[in-house]
Design a binder for this molecule. Structure first.
Ligand code: DC
Length: 225
């Protein structure tokens, strides 16, 4: 099996680029952030503080989370319910960012991610895929862009979806998230030594996807199994 690990900060375009690249390669796209979001949603549904490790840890034994694929699209199943849409709210984003530093939450989701990569050719994105989850991935990419460009993209995304936004606030939030992601004790966001750095600040989506595919071809010598 071939695994392509894509890590990087929030707003670098990881999921969009990874999804398109997976389509082109005929690989399964695995968005691991969705798993943290599902755990975050579960804690909100239980009415507990997602950042309170003492309450969250014992509840993990009641969480059943899995990924299914319908027409190539990843669906997240939480305790039998498809929560793929519910996990995209701001509340759940926040809950995911609060549960994700808890080591027991990370180890709870660890084997699920590894098992998917054992059974499929994957493009997997997250924060610790190349460093922790799939350290032997054939291709590792650290995808980034300047904070200003990432904030600009997020700002226009919000405006286009009819949400009022202020560029300065978006930039400030993003910098805070970068700080949290890179400074947490367990599995902090960092570039794996053998990851290719891909800065998409000046690239369009199409250019980024093409660059990624070229890196994959170079690294695998065009041989994908
Ligand atoms: O990529 P995302 O915004 O959907 O991720 C949701 C949260 O989960 C975010 O706070 C980072 C965290 N996360 C993580 O800690 N490790 C991963 N492999 C993926 C996401």
């Amino acid at each position: 099996m071939t695994a392509i690990a894509i890590d990087g900060p929030a707003g670098a375009g990881k999921s969009t680029i990874a999804r398109k690249a997976a389509q082109k390669l005929g690989f399964l796209y695995v968005d691991t952030g969705a798993l943290y979001r599902a755990v975050g949603l579960f804690m909100l549904q239980q009415g507990v503080d997602p950042g309170d490790a003492h309450t969250v840890i014992p509840l993990l034994k009641s969480v059943s989370v899995s990924l299914e694929y319908r027409e190539g699209e990843q669906r997240v199943i939480l305790c039998g319910e498809d929560v793929s849409d519910k996990i995209r709210t701001d509340d759940v984003s926040l809950a995911a960012s609060r549960v994700s530093p808890i080591p027991e939450v990370r180890s709870f989701l660890f084997s699920l991610q590894q098992d998917i990569a054992k059974a499929n050719n994957v493009v997997m994105d997250g924060r610790d895929i190349g460093t922790v989850v799939l350290p032997d991935a054939q291709v590792k990419i650290f995808l980034t862009a300047s904070a200003e460009e990432r904030a600009r993209r997020r700002y226009f995304q919000l405006i286009h979806s009819g949400v009022k936004a202020n560029y300065g606030d978006v930039l400030q939030d993003l910098k805070q998230r970068d700080y949290n992601d890179t400074h947490r004790a367990v599995s902090p966001l960092k570039r794996a030594d053998d990851a290719v750095l891909m800065d998409t600040t000046k690239d369009s989506l199409g250019q980024s996807v093409a660059r990624l595919i070229r890196i994959v071809e170079q690294k695998t010598g065009g041989k994908i199994s």
